[in-house]
Design a protein around this ligand. Structure first.
Ligand code: AHR
Length: 515
């Protein structure tokens, strides 16, 4: 296996000599086979927390706003999200979930009590976006709701009643309260999270204590006729394998899913600018993001020991990049810009998720609008789609498709943390109608990557392509220049019987459609 291990600086020096010489990669796409794992649509899930301008201003402006809205939801954002076919949306947090008391967010809006959002800038939350507003938004978007319950400062009774309120059709106190508030029929709510980051902002618990609490809370998460629950226990922070071990051992039998949080961050004390960074930072970001593969594998191996039938899903319900907040924005609101580097992190991460779909059943990027690695940025009535948005858009065909085995060897470099960074990341899937999507991310900043793809069904396909790249690694879309980083049609390939040769430009993401 040909591998090159050098530090990024050395690589860049060498690369500048032979700038345009492509790397060559031989790839085999096993498209004749079938019966592989399906890529759950839920891997393309989103997360929207009461944090900064994610909900307020980003999604919800209220019916009286001058910003064009449908029943209070921004029309531009709604339309942009519909194009991503968002399968599931997690709400209301995050850390906020463990301070949220759902009864404060129902009934006439003007009567709803206010609270202080202590985690996120001390902003006063007026609770005008609550259960009805969230679940109706999911209906408008056509996605499954994922409601995260409060374990840290809530009660078993509170969570139990919330589920009754949302999903019961009986002549019962909570269902009747819902009716009084204008919703006759219950919603369907499948995904229920029992606490968030219970090892941290959600209560600073030990796994033994949380497991017992989980068992208790989960017992009273009742299933009302017509509504099946998928109960998700709070899982580990990154590589905390002990958390998974304890949870699986003590509560595995009572959960459907176990979560995992992993952010791409250099150092929690020095996150770095979202837009001002250099080549070394680029490789280090991809290196950090790619570590999620090893971490997922570590948790999967533990889960396999306790759950060999793979009944329990690993739910990566928070992931993405975390940079410094944009200068001049409100502290604690986590508003960050989004460059080609974020797009690369998204593509590499999604490719990794596809490898583990035997266990990873959902993932929720943090977050949907105006917070961390968001799809969308808004300013008053303006909206910008981020490079990350476009990766999600290019990857829509992978949703619900069958993952196809892909074999190739790639060169790699060592980043400044001595992490191995593969220079090519790729994934392939086949949709029900037989269409194959092959997505490739060339991490290399200098060299194109010439990939010769052998197709084992020996067919000649009609191929089309899309390309996402930019002139500079820190290019991004702004309100003044919203189309700086955007996918374009791509024809840098030759399709023959049984093979395709494609040259993936440096620092780019290419998706080929084979029909
Ligand atoms: O996504 C921002 C925060 O990151 C979430 O509230 C919390 O769960 C995590 O620490």
């Amino acid at each position: 296996m040909k591998k090159i291990y050098v530090f990024a600086a050395a690589l860049l020096a060498a690369a500048s000599v032979a700038a345009q010489e492509p790397r060559e990669v031989q790839m085999t796409l096993h498209n004749a086979s079938s019966g592989g794992d399906v890529i759950p649509r839920e891997i393309y899930g989103q997360f929207a927390e009461h944090l900064g301008r994610c909900i307020y201003g980003g999604i919800w402006v209220g019916e009286d706003s001058e910003i064009p809205n449908e029943r209070g939801y921004r029309v531009d954002v709604l339309e942009a999200l519909r194009a991503l076919k968002v399968p599931v949306l997690r709400w209301p947090g995050g850390c906020f979930a463990d301070e949220y008391h759902w009864m404060d967010g129902i009934g006439p809006r003007e009567k709803r009590p206010k609270m202080i959002n202590t985690h996120w800038g001390g902003t006063v939350e007026d609770n005008s976006f609550g259960t009805h507003e969230f679940l109706n938004f999911c209906e408008l978007l056509g996605c499954e709701p994922y409601v995260n319950g409060n374990v840290g400062s809530g009660s078993v009774e509170e969570l139990s009643k919330w589920i009754e309120y949302m999903t019961s059709d009986a002549d019962s106190p909570m269902a009747n309260l819902r009716r009084e508030n204008g919703r006759d029929k219950p919603w369907k709510v499948k995904y229920i999270g029992v606490g968030n980051e219970s090892w941290g902002c959600g209560g600073n618990m030990y796994p033994e204590y949380y497991s017992d609490l989980y068992r208790r809370y989960a017992t009273y998460c009742r299933e009302y006729p017509g509504n099946r629950l998928y109960k998700i226990a709070c899982g580990a922070n990154g590589a905390d394998y002990n958390w998974t071990e304890v949870l699986m051992k003590r509560a595995g039998g009572m959960m459907n899913g176990l979560s995992l949080h992993y952010y791409t961050v250099y150092d929690w004390g020095r996150k770095g600018s979202a837009t001002q960074f250099g080549d070394e930072d680029w490789y280090a970001a991809v290196g950090r993001c790619a570590q999620i593969g090893n971490i997922i594998k570590g948790h999967c191996d533990i889960m396999d020991r306790y759950d060999p039938a793979r009944r329990i899903g690993l739910i990566v319900d928070e992931w993405g990049t975390w940079w410094d907040e944009e200068p001049g924005t409100v502290r604690g609101h986590l508003y960050q810009q989004n460059t080609l580097r974020d797009a690369m992190v998204a593509a590499v991460t999604l490719n990794i998720f596809h490898k583990y779909v035997y266990r990873v059943k959902m993932a929720n990027i943090a977050q949907m609008v105006n917070v961390l690695q968001s799809m969308i940025l808004t300013r008053e009535d303006e909206m910008v789609l981020t490079p990350t948005y476009y990766v999600f858009q290019m990857y829509v065909p992978h949703q619900g498709a069958e993952a196809l085995p892909l074999h190739f060897e790639t060169e790699s470099v060592r980043d400044r943390y001595n992490e191995k960074v593969d220079l090519l990341s790729a994934t392939a899937s086949r949709a029900e109608d037989g269409t194959i999507t092959l997505s490739m991310a060339n991490v290399d900043l200098e060299k194109p990557c010439k990939v010769t793809v052998a197709l084992d069904d020996d067919r000649r396909y009609a191929v089309t392509g899309r390309l996402l790249t930019a002139v500079n690694i820190n290019d991004h879309n702004t309100f003044e220049n919203p189309d700086c980083v955007k996918p374009v049609d791509f024809d840098g390939f030759d399709a023959a019987k049984g093979s395709i040769t494609v040259t993936v430009p440096a620092k780019s993401i290419v998706s080929l459609t084979l029909k």
